[in-house]
Design a protein around this ligand. Sequence first.
Ligand SMILES: [Zn+2]
Length: 412
Amino acid sequence: MGFLLNCLPGGGPSTSHPEWRADLFASLAAGVLTCNYPGGRHLSPFLEDLAIMGLLRRLFGRKEAAPVAVTPPSPTPSIAPPPAPSSSKPPTARDVDWRSSEIHLLLLSRFLDARPPDRVPEYFAQALGESPAATVQWLLDRGLLVPASLPATVAFWNSVADLKALLKERGLKVGGKKQELVKRLLDADETGMRKRHQTERIVECSLEARERVTQYLADKKREDNKMISAALAAIRAGDFAAASQLVSAHEAKQLTFEVENPLALPSPPRETEADVNAIQKIFTLRPKILSQMSERDWSALHVAQALSHLLHGRFSEEWLPPDFVGVTKFPADVARRMLYFHFLHVERVEKYRAAGVTEGKVLCGAPNQGTCPECMELDGKTFTLDKAPELPYERCTCELGCRCCLTAVISF
Ligand SMILES: [Zn+2]
């Protein structure tokens, strides 16, 4: 029998739910993995958050990325000039025009806000043709990344609580915003703070890099907005195939990364027919939890959720008309999520049936995680698939919407 791993991105019962975890372990033990989260490749960022990831890594033998080498810090970070570029190096993958290289611009964009030079994920390596550490060093050598100022360094490495403690130690006032705390601390003890952070360097884009990266991101945003408007128009006009193709064409132009993760099952290639079927289904769904909604809002919500489906769960309230009302108990975003959860629920039940599963157990999180009493009444109950309540649960009063999820009851 197939094993069904239920992963609701940002939804479903809390991933710390003991039964959810037991399910996962039992399923891992069974050794058959079927992921029913659309866009399987995107499973990893979600699962990364799980405390059990450590165990999963061991189970699958995932290797941790090697630590990135960082050059020793400059003693006076804020004023040290960048070293002269070396011209004797043999040409490498990084000898490209950084101004027109997307991967270099993307890497630089991570440093619009100051951060340590080793905070570039290893998965950049493939597109860079070398380790991210080597590229970062090259950008530092070229002066495109520069050491951040002392105030930025202090602000980066200290939380507000840390800053307050440091101020208190020095008999200074502890009130104000973070920037004010940093300034007060530096005004009083610049030498001490410089010493405290002399081995912890952070870097940021140079003015030149910042200008080009900002322009690049603005161009990307414009292109993205154009695609969104065209796809929304196509969906509203009922041309779901055109919407799917617009999204496909846009995605094909994007830089993609191969992220090594044993849990990330490759998503099947986008198929217009599957997209059209999914959107047609979305348009038929009206979960009872949203039953107060007006006819006009249903149509707007279906359109927004259809696009969200094409974009792997991405959503913006801007896709809804400005006068969207929805339902009184939820904000528009939650209403949209309830439609999405209902779609997942319907799909899930179909998959259970196809896999020969006949019973499902409702899992709803816990009262201390904001689950309402109505949902808690369902928690842990087993139903035959025919008798299972519609999810999201129509009587749910959870502030963030119902997170109940029907998991398959499987006997091994
Ligand atoms: Zn609830």
